[in-house]
Design a protein around this ligand. Structure first.
Ligand code: MN
Length: 363
């Protein structure tokens, strides 16, 4: 959206910076009490703003169950029907008509389900007189703080015209949402999408130019991408993206040993609240040593076992099981497999929400 179209910091680098910022701010480098494990960094946003973030992120991801829950919370927090409609309309410019239309459909059904109890609120006022490309160009310059130029915009002048006339003219000139709020919507949506790091970086700058503080921008990104919490003295490591397809929720992996001659490949695995792995089995069996938070272990056909630091789980070879966090706590265990030279893991179906709720006490 501005002159930094060619800069491409990786999402990991942004996340790492945020992790460092947030961890240095909260001192989460030593074993924490349970109260501290629940610490969040989202307090810089008020409740209404937090709902705007979760609605925008769920729309961008196409997560309809998550969106319905976020929309319900947004209406309960006092957002009007017309304000939410405007957010979902604006989002088509950032994540496409399909995501926007699906979100509007979900919202329409929800408003109907709630039986008309929600405040509709005012409609936007009329657009300024004149051509949208003219007031849109002026809006874009004020929003960004300088005239916007870029090689891509010269390469494809049509996109420059549509950005000015339509996005910053027709949409941003509608007065039902102020620009600060519109930037919360945009930063949340971009934070939820892959491969748009340069646009996110631009909008972080635009958000600051329009009244968002560093703490508020960090809070938006933390809400959309939970920052891992270190629950023990062991490192959290990187997001466990290599195994993400076998997990529900986010997990993090920190290998702790390197010498293969020892035949003890040991890692610290950290699960965000609600995260668990699929049903699976190991031909060599597995040993878990719980080091932080609260979690669960379950073998097929048996009650789940609640786990706290100090617990040890010996998982027999070829036994279907899953392990993961409690719904309301981060969780970390050290893990190693038996017979690592020959061990094979077989990944099975995800643990359904219903089975997870039953296993963890219905919370
Ligand atoms: Mn296992």
């Amino acid at each position: 959206m501005n002159g930094s179209l060619n800069q491409k910091p990786t999402m990991n680098s942004i996340s790492r910076i945020l992790v460092l910022l947030l961890l240095s701010g909260t001192g989460l480098t030593q074993p924490q009490t349970m109260a501290q494990i629940h610490t969040t960094s989202t307090a810089a946003l008020d409740q209404r703003e937090q709902r705007i973030v979760t609605i925008s992120a769920a729309t961008a991801r196409g997560d309809m169950p998550g969106l319905k829950s976020a929309l319900t919370a947004g209406l309960d927090a006092g957002l009007t029907v017309n304000e939410i409609k405007e957010m979902l309309v604006q989002l088509y410019a950032y994540c496409g008509f399909p995501r926007s239309l699906n979100a509007l459909g979900t919202f329409m059904e929800l408003v109907d389900e709630r039986g008309g109890k929600d405040a509709v609120g005012p409609l936007p006022g009329p657009l300024p007189a004149g051509k949208s490309v003219d007031f849109g160009t002026a809006n874009q310059t004020r929003l960004v703080g300088a005239p916007v130029k870029g090689a891509v915009l010269d390469f494809a002048p049509a996109i420059d015209e549509y950005l000015k006339a339509h996005l910053f003219g027709d949409i941003f000139a509608r007065d039902i949402l102020d620009w600060r709020t519109r930037e919360i919507v945009t930063i949340a949506a971009l934070s939820a999408m892959d491969g748009v790091e340069s646009q996110l970086k631009s909008h972080v700058a635009i958000g600051k130019h329009n009244g968002l503080s560093d703490a508020q921008i960090e809070a938006i990104i933390a809400l959309v991408r939970p920052v891992p919490v270190q629950t023990s003295a062991f490192p959290v490591g990187a997001e466990n993206s290599g195994y993400a397809q076998y997990f529900s929720g986010r997990s993090y992996l920190a290998p702790l040993t390197t010498d293969e001659r020892l035949k003890v490949p040991l890692s610290n695995v950290t699960f965000e609240p609600g995260c668990r792995n699929n049903w699976h089995k190991h031909t060599g069996g597995q040993l878990l040593i719980v080091v932080g938070g609260v979690g669960y272990y379950q073998e097929r056909g048996k009650p789940a076992r609640r786990l706290v630091p100090g617990d040890v789980v010996e998982i027999p070879p070829d036994t279907d099981h899953w392990h993961g966090a409690a719904p309301d706590s981060w969780f970390s265990h050290l893990a190693t497999v038996g017979s690592p030279d020959t061990n094979k893991n077989t990944w099975l179906e995800p643990v359904s929400d219903a089975d997870y709720r039953a296993a963890t006490g219905g919370k």
